[in-house]
Design a protein around this ligand. Structure first.
Ligand code: PMT
Length: 222
């Protein structure tokens, strides 16, 4: 395969965490650093693609990479940005760790310290990959991630179907050196027909290359 296998292709990568405001000074978030998403964005760019990055708050330098950059905080902002460019994309990779629930009400003032217990009511958020999957064209490719802690393969395969992904990349939150924050990851990539590819523990740049290899193996290209 040539180095410029994705020349002329437009690729969107969602990455990083989301931040869901509780009040003006606090939020709910997760441990995503954006490293996995950035590695994928760089790999596609290296192979000739025009890359659109939709990123939650990360401490990586995304500004100097030559991506079309959409910096967001909340799930709703991430959805709005992704939806606005989805139609133009050939390939979408959903590497972001998106909050499933957010505070139902954002307090307008800082919540004061009060009794021994404090409840925050949460509401379900939009599922970005699921929603965009509903309008996926037959010539578009969606690659999802699954971050699991139990019944990993079962949950990953269910997400592959439910979210209309062409591929799903399973990583474990319990595997040493894999998942959040690390410079390495260990994944199993599932195709729709049940075919799966298991990786070793590798730098995220190498994991990204493996994902691109599986994208090239998809039947949509033939
Ligand atoms: O950023 P790093 O520190 O490098 O860590 C990388 C990672 C662990 C964040 C990454 O490899 C990863 O697994 N990303 C997906 C994490 C996740 O939220 O997985 P999930 O199983 O909850 O979601 C399944 C899929 O649906 C994902 O593609 C997710 O982006 C997408 N999703 C989920 C919920 C939602 N509301 N909208 C979504 O689009």
């Amino acid at each position: 395969s040539s180095l410029l296998d994705f020349k002329g292709k437009k690729v969107m990568v969602t990455m990083g965490p989301t931040q869901e405001a509780i009040d003006p000074v606090r939020f709910i978030s997760n441990h995503s650093s954006g490293k996995m998403g950035l590695a994928i964005a760089k790999a596609f760019q290296k192979q000739g693609a025009e890359v659109f990055v939709v990123s939650g708050p990360v401490s990586l330098d995304l500004g100097s990479e030559g991506f079309h950059l959409y910096s967001v905080h909340s799930v709703d902002e991430m959805y709005k940005a992704a939806k606005s460019i989805h139609d133009q994309m050939d390939i979408c990779v959903f590497a972001a760790a998106v909050a499933d629930y957010s505070p139902k009400v954002i307090a307008s003032e800082k919540i004061k310290k009060q009794g021994e217990e404090l409840s925050i009511l949460l509401k379900k958020n939009v599922d970005i990959a699921l929603e965009l999957g509903k309008s996926k064209r037959s010539n578009q490719i969606h690659v999802g991630f699954a971050l699991e802690t139990e019944k990993e393969e079962l949950h990953a395969k269910a997400k592959l179907e439910r979210k209309n992904f062409d591929l799903i990349v399973l990583n474990s939150a319990k595997e040493e050196g894999a998942g959040f924050q690390h410079d390495t990851n260990k994944v199993k990539i599932f195709h729709k027909d049940g075919k799966a590819v298991q990786s070793d523990l590798l730098p995220k740049s190498k994991i990204a290359d493996l994902i691109l290899d599986e994208v090239k193996n998809l039947p949509v290209w033939v």
